[in-house]
Design a protein around this ligand. Structure first.
Ligand SMILES: *[C@@H]1O[C@H](CO)[C@@H](O)[C@H](O)[C@H]1NC(C)=O
Ligand SMILES: *[C@@H]1O[C@H](CO)[C@@H](O)[C@H](O)[C@H]1NC(C)=O
Ligand SMILES: *[C@@H]1O[C@H](CO)[C@@H](O)[C@H](O)[C@H]1NC(C)=O
Ligand SMILES: *[C@@H]1O[C@H](CO)[C@@H](O)[C@H](O)[C@H]1NC(C)=O
Ligand SMILES: *[C@@H]1O[C@H](CO)[C@@H](O)[C@H](O)[C@H]1NC(C)=O
Ligand SMILES: *[C@@H]1O[C@H](CO)[C@@H](O)[C@H](O)[C@H]1NC(C)=O
Ligand SMILES: *[C@@H]1O[C@H](CO)[C@@H](O)[C@H](O)[C@H]1NC(C)=O
Ligand SMILES: *[C@@H]1O[C@H](CO)[C@@H](O)[C@H](O)[C@H]1NC(C)=O
Ligand SMILES: *[C@@H]1O[C@H](CO)[C@@H](O)[C@H](O)[C@H]1NC(C)=O
Ligand SMILES: *[C@@H]1O[C@H](CO)[C@@H](O)[C@H](O)[C@H]1NC(C)=O
Length: 883
């Protein structure tokens, strides 16, 4: 693994130049003119305009090169980072990259007095979000300008276009920079000598101009994360000297692979995270120089061309998260230099022998999860030769732990999820990569337990442990304190939660749901981890009260204690959970009044207290902002008395939202940086809810779902007209109460409503005829009331059966047999019923992890482990080659 040979060559060139210079200057300095006083003065003033701050540079080996720049230290041409013309003594080159410089820079800087400069490198410092000064105009001799990763911001000045001698321009990794006026087109138009154009991370937000394909000298073009869209000009692929090209993570950039011919010098090709599509051409086998090919998260389909196997120099081949089909070509074993092979989440099929990969002696990362591959691993496989860092073999039809794992002591990520592994996790796993393993996914197998489980799980740096949906028995295993996300949901674990769980102080997600755990909840649960966002204990046998230890400033977003035997009051310290979005205590024995005091939680969207002992009247909100974000409230099957909460109906403002743009799932997102990489994960919220009379599981909850369930209480009085304010409602269930009076005609305003359930009350009057306008209505139940008069007809109302109306002696008309006096049965109009928009997809996301190059603050999608660069290259990737 390494970085661009071209960059390397360039850097060694600089290095040798400076070595040469040092030697040369040492022996012959008397021959050359000393540096000019005014330039020496300018350099010193430039130095003084900054403070030295170690954190201004990211390179671990950064140091202040200017520290020895002093008036008394003579010839400035001999200062570190400075080079002069041998004949004239003018300063022609400054390299202060990674020099820990911190401070603002503007056009008054004495830097711009150094008008003979040809090369300026200020990369990896911190210029305090300065704009690029217009005084660059004075440096018209510049051929090389590198301001990358230096905290510049704002629109890039058009003065840059005047630097017509530029051969190399690197403004990448300044995430506040914009290139819009001028834009990319002007750059290509005016800077025609460019060989290197690196603008990764600069906000360009435009199409890619065709004229870029006229820059025939171009050797590297890095446009990663620039907000590019439109069609990528195919001519750019054919630039005769182009060795490095990256347009990664421009989500809306479309394009397809061209036909390549043998003359192409491409070494790096990065298309990941774009909308490139089509098949991979056979002619890709012509790219004889290609070392790195990254095309994950695109829309490529079709087979993996076997011609790829001709690219024997390939180091990285990443094709994960596309729509590739067919089998893995056997010829892939010819790619002996491959270090990283990512075929994650495609539609690949067929049987593959693991031995196929044994010839790839440098392979460190192999990702095959989420295909339909059957992987055969023979016990005889002598895999000591391969040391993996990333290995994802999920859904590969494995029926045991592959024997070759025994020798793996450098693994960081191991995914064996969704296989057919049964029995106990063998003892030998406890010695697997003890120090390095940070993610272990064994979920969705048939594991029953742990063979000789050590008192502590042995992986001291484990961040992610996924054991859900197995058949684990016995007591709850506690991961090491380094853990960030831990799931053992859907197993058969028993016993109490050990006190040791209080040590998981870095935890973000803790999901122990659907087991047979019992006993009291540990007191620490409310404050064990400052970062805990998701606490899911659903479906166990916990009893006693909920500890009243939710501390101020906690980050909890989801608390699900539903389906347990918890008792007593809701702990008042829950009012400290100001980030809380979902609170689910359904199916317990809570004994309390309605928790009006939760109304201050600004993010609370889902409140489920179904089937508890909530009693008394609901009362009125304290302020008109109470529960302002509430979208789903379920208080069904409690003992609530009094009138329906008409004042709350007016404060639940989020329930009035009708148009939600796009389909958004409620989830907790988290990112963290560890071991030199950045990880992104999300935990989608789930719940059960009564829909059309049956409880159903929502594996994910969409933003669109807005629902009130107050059924099975002792509400009395009328249904208030103000319920019609809640225009976004999809479900309103008031059944099984003691409600009287008419069905309000304001319900006609609930244009999104799918379920109206008023059964088992004492409602009287007629069914408002306007309700036929509710074209999404899929379930309507007014049975067991005292309604009278004709049943409305038309639209959805022609689809309801007599069970919707039964036991209302004075109702008449179809579908009841009880005929109305004057009515005639009209033929039903065509149904406009559409399947409801709620997503109940059975595909549960769970945690995904995105591994990115160090320090890039951009979310790029969901995928397990793209790549982990060895640490020393992280910085290189960031500063020189965000490609
Ligand atoms: C950084 O910029 C801010 C805002 O422009 C300014 O207040 C501050 O003094 C600057 N710091 C340095 C060290 O230049
Ligand atoms: C440029 O920065 C210097 C200090 O770094 C400051 O004194 C001067 O006022 C600034 N000039 C402008 C035009 O902002
Ligand atoms: C770009 O190249 C094309 C084809 O070589 C040529 O027709 C066009 O004039 C060039 N554009 C500019 C602005 O030089
Ligand atoms: C390969 O492509 C280049 C650029 O498109 C072209 O100039 C060259 O003639 C082509 N070579 C062959 C052998 O097709
Ligand atoms: C691979 O290379 C060999 C020899 O260089 C050539 O004969 C063969 O056609 C190439 N295969 C593909 C699929 O390009
Ligand atoms: C629970 O695990 C079983 C296998 O043990 C699996 O079949 C089932 O789908 C899982 N349920 C959920 C909700 O994940
Ligand atoms: C928690 O961790 C500390 C230090 O790591 C240790 O001393 C203590 O015994 C642990 N507590 C439990 C209950 O394991
Ligand atoms: C958690 O709460 C308990 C009881 O209130 C207290 O003793 C403990 O110090 C708290 N721990 C943290 C980390 O806040
Ligand atoms: C919130 O937490 C603080 C300190 O952790 C505690 O003193 C206070 O009682 C809590 N608030 C409520 C409403 O319980
Ligand atoms: C519920 O709480 C009230 C008040 O604290 C108490 O009088 C009542 O007995 C409790 N009910 C149950 C079922 O525990």
């Amino acid at each position: 693994m390494g970085f661009s040979p071209s960059l390397f060559a360039f850097m060694s060139f600089l290095l040798s130049l400076s070595l040469f210079y040092l030697i040369f200057a040492g022996f012959f300095s008397f021959v050359h003119p000393l540096c000019h006083d005014d330039e020496s003065f300018a350099l010193l003033k430039f130095k003084e305009s900054f403070t030295i701050n170690q954190s201004a540079s990211d390179d671990p080996s950064a140091y202040p090169k200017v520290s020895l720049w002093k008036p008394e230290s003579g010839d400035c041409c001999r200062w570190r980072g400075v080079k002069c013309n041998e004949d004239t003594g003018h300063v022609i080159s400054i390299d202060l990259s990674s020099s820990c410089l911190y401070g603002s820079i503007n056009s008054s800087s004495t830097l711009f007095q150094l008008v003979h400069l040809q090369s300026l490198n200020l990369a990896d410092n911190h210029f305090n979000f300065s704009r690029i000064p217009t005084a660059f105009r004075q440096l018209s001799r510049l051929t090389n300008l590198d301001l990358s990763a230096s905290a510049f911001s704002g629109q890039i000045t058009s003065v840059i276009l005047e630097l017509s001698n530029l051969i190399s321009l690197d403004l990448s990794s300044n995430y506040g920079l914009k290139l819009q006026k001028p834009g990319l087109r002007s750059i290509a138009h005016r800077l025609t000598n460019l060989k290197e154009l690196h603008l990764s991370g600069v906000d360009i937000s435009s199409t890619v101009p065709n004229i870029l394909a006229n820059l025939s000298s171009l050797t590297s073009l890095f446009l990663r994360e620039c907000g590019l869209h439109g069609e990528f000009p195919i001519g750019i692929f054919h630039l005769p000297n182009l060795r490095s090209l990256s347009v990664r993570y421009n989500t809306y950039l479309k394009g397809s692979m061209p036909e390549f011919n043998q003359s192409s010098p491409l070494e790096f090709l990065g298309l990941s995270g774009t909308s490139f599509s089509g098949e991979l051409p056979r002619s890709i086998g012509n790219l004889k120089s290609l070392d790195y090919f990254r095309a994950t998260e695109c829309n490529f389909f079709g087979p993996i061309p076997s011609s790829l196997a001709n690219l024997t120099q390939l180091i990285m081949l990443q094709l994960g998260m596309n729509g590739l089909r067919g089998s893995i070509p056997l010829s892939i074993s010819r790619l002996v230099n491959l270090e990283n092979l990512d075929l994650y989440s495609n539609h690949l099929s067929g049987t593959v022998e693991f031995d196929l990969f044994m010839k790839l002696k440098n392979l460190k990362s192999l990702q095959l999860s989420r295909n339909n591959i059957s992987l055969l691993t023979k016990p005889s496989t002598n895999a000591t030769l391969l040391k993996f860092e990333i290995l994802t073999l999920g859904s590969c039809n494995l029926n045991g732990f592959p024997d070759f794992l025994r020798n793996q002591d450098e693994l960081g990520l191991l995914d064996l999820s969704a296989n057919k592994i049964h029995g106990q996790i063998p003892k030998r796993m406890w010695s697997l990569s003890k120090e390095t393993l940070w993610s272990l996914e064994l979920n969705s197998n048939s594991l029953t337990g742990f063979d000789q489980l050590p008192a502590f799980l042995p992986w001291t740096n484990l961040r992610i442990l996924e054991l859900s949906s197995n058949k684990l028995r016995g007591s709850l295993p506690i991961p090491p304190p380094s853990i960030i996300t831990y799931s053992v949901s859907n197993n058969s674990l028993t016993g109490q939660i050990p006190q040791r769980i209080c040590n998981l102080s870095s935890a973000f997600t803790l999901d122990l749901s659907t087991n047979y755990l019992s006993g009291l909840l540990p007191k620490c649960l409310g404050n064990m981890s400052e970062s805990l966002s998701v606490l899911n204990l659903h479906g166990n046998s916990f009893r006693g009260t909920i500890p009243d230890t939710f501390s101020e400033g906690n980050e909890l977003k989801m608390i699900d204690f539903s389906q347990n035997q918890l008792q007593g009051r809701l702990p008042r310290s829950m009012a400290n959970c100001t980030m809380l979005e979902v609170l689910n205590l359904g199916h317990n024995q809570m004994n309390d009044t309605f928790p009006f005091w939760l109304g201050i939680l600004p993010e609370l969207r889902v409140l489920i207290l179904r089937s508890n002992g909530i009693y008394g009247a609901m009362g009125n909100p304290n302020s008109s902002f109470d529960f302002q974000n509430m979208r789903i409230i379920d208080l069904s099957n409690n003992e609530i008395t009094g009138k329906l909460p008409s004042q709350y109906f007016q404060t639940w403002k989020a329930m009035r939202i009708v148009d939600v743009k796009g389909l958004v799932y409620l989830q907790a997102n988290e990112s963290f940086t560890t071991l030199g990489s950045r990880f992104f994960g999300s935990y989608p919220y789930s719940m059960t809810f009564t829909y059309k009379g049956t409880e159903r599981v929502y594996e994910k909850i969409t933003d669109l779902f807005i629902a009130i369930d107050l059924s099975g209480n002792r509400f009395e009085g009328k249904i208030p007209e103000v319920v019609g304010y809640l225009k976004g409602l999809q479900l309103l269930n008031l059944s099984n109460n003691f409600l009287t009076g008419p069905i309000p005609s304001s319900l006609v305003n609930l244009t999104n409503v799918e379920v109206l359930d008023f059964a088992q009350n004492k409602l009287s009057g007629v069914i408002p005829l306007q309700l036929v306008q509710l074209t999404f209505l899929a379930f309507f139940n007014v049975s067991h009331n005292h309604l009278m008069g004709p049943i409305p007809h038309g639209n959805q109302f022609d689809t309801f059966s007599n069970s919707s109306y039964s036991d209302n002696p004075e109702l008449c008309g179809s579908p009841l047999s009880n005929k109305c006096g004057n009515s005639r049965d009209s033929p039903p109009p065509p149904s406009t019923f559409e399947e409801n928009q709620m997503s109940t997809s059975s595909f549960k996301f769970g945690w995904k992890v995105v591994v990115m190059g160090y320090g890039c603050g951009f979310i790029v999608g969901l995928v397990v482990g793209q790549i982990v660069f060895r640490r020393k290259y992280d910085w290189v990737m960031k500063t020189f080659a965000i490609w």
